[in-house]
Design a protein around this ligand. Structure first.
Ligand SMILES: Cc1ncc(COP(=O)(O)O)c(C=O)c1O
Length: 368
């Protein structure tokens, strides 16, 4: 029974929170479920954190720089932009939330493709806004015509897409930008692993917002830093609704150190792409498992049972078998285009080889 003193706004009473991937606390898991980086961040990050804390932590008495000004400069330099084109968030989720706060209301929909990052509709629901979903077909081609027909003031597009790993070309994104009347948000959480990105389009399209995170390629999911790149007039709107101290001192210091060490990250990104491509070949060898070509640090594959069958139950059987052997991947059972697939984050070569052996054991268990 809900006590009488609890009177949330009606739309809040009906909300369902976002379901994050499992974060097991005990040791021994091969954790391939939330697309974290399998390698540590640049050694410069730990050094910067120690420097920021100092001998006695005295600096932590003080609030952080409210606009993350230095970090904005470092991000701008990394992308050949001006600091006024950058806003820093407490993870990119923070920026997605700010965008929804700026543009969405019960009367103003947010367009999104389905399946994509499942946080977008949750953020829209929190704002009592209306999501306008545009479904992909099984070929996962970008439905450009349907996006152009949308009247939503903001449209969220994930590229490379999650959970499928399929990337959209700059030409396809430009085709949307040329005709779409609202703000197009291209969430590039996984772009460092892709062949191309949309940053170069910012110079020509003031209605483009590119979102990046340091949680994936930069191995800093625990630090919570993301950023938006956009026209200064869009950045100004985000700053109006942003919490004034949204990024901690430690997070700002860690992010600056990471972005100032691009050579280190080029190395681990190349390793992850190499492992991804080898593991994709391993999956192709498994009697015709269908796998979308991945431009991300995860792979979306459709397991086949002993009789060649695919489907939700087959995917669930593989997921449960892996989980029982402490190999954690992700299964999204609630959408027709995802239910028969597993999303597998790219780990170290050793972790992928454990996964591969465990999938072999699952296949043998089906034949027994
Ligand atoms: C497409 C996409 N966007 C954003 C995020 C969130 O990133 P952050 O850790 O920066 O909030 C994720 C995390 O999984 C993601 O998959």
């Amino acid at each position: 029974m809900t006590p009488e003193f609890l009177r949330p706004r009606p739309h809040v009473a009906g909300l369902h929170a976002y379901t994050p991937g499992l974060q097991p606390t005990e040791q021994g898991w091969v954790k391939l479920n939330t697309n974290e980086c399998p390698y540590p961040p640049s050694p410069a990050v730990a050094e910067a954190l120690r420097r920021e804390i100092g001998a006695d932590g005295a600096a932590l008495r003080l609030y952080p720089q409210p606009t993350s000004a230095r970090l904005r400069e470092v991000v701008a330099r990394a992308h050949g932009l001006q600091p006024g084109q950058v806003c820093i968030g407490n993870g990119s989720d923070d920026l997605l939330n700010l965008l929804v706060r700026v543009f969405c209301s019960p009367a103003a929909a947010a367009g999104l493709t389905v399946p994509s990052y499942s946080l977008y509709p949750v953020l829209v629901a929190i704002q009592d806004g209306a999501p306008e979903p545009i479904p992909f077909e099984r070929d996962l081609r970008l439905p450009v015509g349907r996006i152009l027909a949308s009247r939503a003031p903001v449209f969220f597009l994930t590229s490379p897409n999650a959970p499928t790993g399929v990337g959209f070309s700059r030409e396809e994104i430009e085709a949307v930008l040329r005709g779409y009347q609202g703000v197009l948000v291209v969430d590039e959480a996984y772009a460092p692993f892709a062949r191309e990105d949309a940053v170069g389009l910012l110079a020509r399209y003031p209605n483009l917002v590119v979102i990046r995170t340091l949680s994936k390629a930069h191995a800093l999911a625990g630090i919570r830093v993301g950023y938006a790149l956009a026209d200064p007039r869009v950045i100004d709107l985000l700053d109006r609704v942003r919490d004034s101290y949204n990024v901690s001192r430690l997070s700002q210091a860690a992010a600056i150190a990471a972005l100032e060490d691009p050579g280190y990250y080029a190395g681990i990104i190349a390793r992850i792409r190499g492992t991804r491509d080898r593991f994709s070949a391993d999956l192709r060898d498994r009697r015709g498992w269908f796998t979308y070509p991945s431009q991300a640090n995860f792979i979306f594959t459709e397991p086949r049972g002993a009789d060649g069958a695919t489907g939700l139950e087959v995917a669930r059987s593989a997921y449960d078998f892996l989980c029982g052997r402490k190999v954690l991947v992700r299964h999204f059972p609630s959408h027709a285009l995802t239910a028969s697939f597993l999303r597998i984050s790219v780990g170290t070569d050793g972790e992928m080889s454990t996964l591969s052996d465990t999938l072999n054991a699952w296949q043998s268990s089906l034949r027994a």
